[in-house]
Design a protein around this ligand. Structure first.
Ligand code: NAP
Length: 244
C-alpha cells in the first residue's frame, strides 16, 4: 500500500485532501499542530472506514527537528512515503503599515519554512525509493498579491519558486513537485473574512461562487496519481476563473 502525508489535515482543505487520497487507496499520515484539532471531528474515522490505514502525527511543521521526528515515525508505521502534501498554513492579515514583525515572521515560518522542512526530509526518503509526488498549497495571492496579506502572499509566492526549483533538482529521480493555487475556498480560514471582503472577491470570480475543499482535493488527487507522471514544476490555479 502507498502512503501519503498531508500536513495540517485535521480540517478544511487538508481534511478533504486526506479523504480523497484515502478513496484513491493511499494510507494516510495525518498531521496537525495539536491532537485536539482531531477531537473536534471524525475525519480519521471516516478515512479508516474506507479500508485504508490512518494515523495522526502531531507536530508543528515550522520546526525542522519536529518534522524529522515525525517523518521517522511515519516511516516506521507505513514503510514508504509516496506522496507529500504541504497543506498546513495560517493567516495573520493586516495592512503592512500595521503588521507586526512577529506576525510577518510567524506566517513565513509556518507557511514557507515548513515546506522546506518537509520537502528536504521527505525527499531523502523519496530519492532512495526513486519515486514520489510532492504537492504544495500555494495561493492565487502568491501570484497576484492582496492588500492586507504582505506576509501571506510572500509565503505563497516563495512556495511557487520552491516548487519549480525542487522540480528541477529532483525530476531525474522520478520525483514530481507541483503546486496548486486555490482562490477563495469555503473553509474555517476564509470564514474569518468580513461580508464586505467576501462580496468583493465574489464579484471578481467568473464562476460567481466560492470553491469547495473537495474541488482542491480532486486536483491534488490527479497530481498524486500516475496520470500526472509527466507533470512537474507546475502551478495549477483552482479559482473559478478569478484571474482571467
Ligand atoms: P485551515 O482551515 O485554517 O486549516 C489549516 C490547518 O493547518 C489547521 O488545522 C491548522 O491547525 C493547521 N496548522 C496550522 N499551523 C500548523 C503548524 N505549524 N503545523 C501543523 N499544522 C498547522 O486552512 P485551509 O483554508 O484549509 O487552508 C489549507 C491550505 O490552503 C493553507 O496552506 C492555505 O494557505 C491554502 N489556501 C487556502 C485558501 C482558502 O480559500 N481557504 C486559498 C488559498 C490557499 P490549527 O487550526 O490548530 O491552527
Amino acid at each position: 500500500m502507498s502512503c501519503a502525508i498531508v500536513t495540517g489535515s485535521a480540517r478544511g482543505i487538508g481534511a478533504a485532501i486526506a479523504l480523497r487520497l484515502a478513496k484513491d487507496g493511499f494510507d494516510i499520515a495525518f498531521n496537525d499542530i495539536s491532537e485536539k484539532a482531531f477531537e473536534d471531528n471524525d475525519i480519521v474515522d471516516r478515512v479508516r472506514a474506507l479500508g485504508v490505514q490512518a494515523e495522526v502525527f502531531v507536530c508543528d511543521v515550522s520546526r525542522f527537528d519536529k518534522c524529522e521526528e515525525m517523518v521517522k515515525a511515519v516511516r516506521e508505521r507505513f514503510g514508504s512515503i509516496d506522496v507529500l502534501v504541504n497543506n498546513a498554513g495560517i493567516t495573520r492579515d493586516n495592512l503592512m503599515a500595521r503588521m507586526t514583525e512577529a506576525d510577518y515572521d510567524l506566517v513565513i515560518s509556518v507557511n514557507q519554512k515548513s515546506v522546506f522542512n518537509m520537502m528536504k526530509i521527505v525527499t531523502d526518503v523519496m530519492r532512495k525509493q526513486r519515486h514520489g509526488h510532492i504537492i504544495n498549497l500555494a495561493s492565487v495571492v502568491g501570484v497576484y498579491g492582496n492588500p492586507g496579506q504582505v506576509n501571506y502572499s510572500a509565503s505563497k509566492a516563495a512556495i511557487i519558486g520552491m516548487t519549480k526549483t525542487v522540480a528541477k533538482e529532483l525530476g531525474s529521480r522520478n520525483i514530481t513537485c507541483n503546486a496548486v493555487a486555490p482562490g477563495f475556498i469555503h473553509t474555517p480560514m476564509t470564514d474569518k473574512l468580513t461580508e464586505e471582503q467576501r462580496n468583493a472577491m465574489l464579484s471578481r470570480i467568473a464562476m460567481k461562487r466560492y470553491g469547495e475543499p473537495e474541488e482542491i482535493a480532486g486536483v491534488v488527487s490527479f497530481l498524486a496519481s500516475e496520470d500526472s507522471s509527466y507533470v512537474t514544476g507546475q502551478v495549477i490555479e483552482i479559482a473559478g476563473g478569478l484571474s482571467i
